[in-house]
Ligand binder design. Structure first.
Ligand SMILES: [Zn+2]
Length: 155
């Protein structure tokens, strides 16, 4: 998998999954529907959408929901996140919010992030979206993040 350019065909299954997940977004308050999809080191695709709540602070973003689902399925461990797509129908491409950028950084140092709407795409690297991210390296002696995985991403 390459993910080197915004028009790389490797993005197609992620885009399809993200658009499909977006259809399930629960957005009765904002109507702002977001879909996300990621691919793991073993090529497994997981998608998700934003989920709003009447108690507004409890709303969850598509990106974080997707990461949580992948971890819960045993598909994603630190270092295992290979690429991410975020789709909306907004005229302006929708980047991950700050909280999601931090969550994504837990699972990949350099992550290709493709933003897309129905008209255009833009490719970014997570390291550009969140330079100098805080990580386990910042407080774990020896400076390395332990990979405790025994799952499919474990090596
Ligand atoms: Zn977010």
């Amino acid at each position: 998998m390459a993910f080197l350019h915004a028009d790389d065909p490797d993005w197609d299954p992620l885009l399809a999954a993200a658009w499909a997940a977006r259809d399930h977004a629960h957005t009765p308050y904002s109507g702002f529907r977001v879909g996300a999809a990621l691919v793991t080191a073993t090529g497994q695709v997981m998608a998700g959408c934003n989920v709003e709540n009447a108690a507004y602070p409890l709303c969850t973003c598509a990106e974080r929901g997707t990461v949580a689902a992948a971890v819960g399925q045993g598909l994603l461990r630190p270092g295992g996140l290979q690429a991410l797509v975020v789709v909306t129908e907004a005229d302006r491409l929708t980047p991950p919010c700050g909280a999601c950028r931090q969550v994504l950084a837990e699972f990949a140092d350099h992550l290709p992030v493709l933003l897309a709407n129905r008209q255009e795409r833009a490719l970014h690297d997570l390291a550009d979206l969140l330079p100098h991210a805080f990580s386990g390296r910042d407080f774990i002696p020896g400076g390395s993040v332990p990979n405790l995985s025994k799952g499919p991403q474990g090596s």
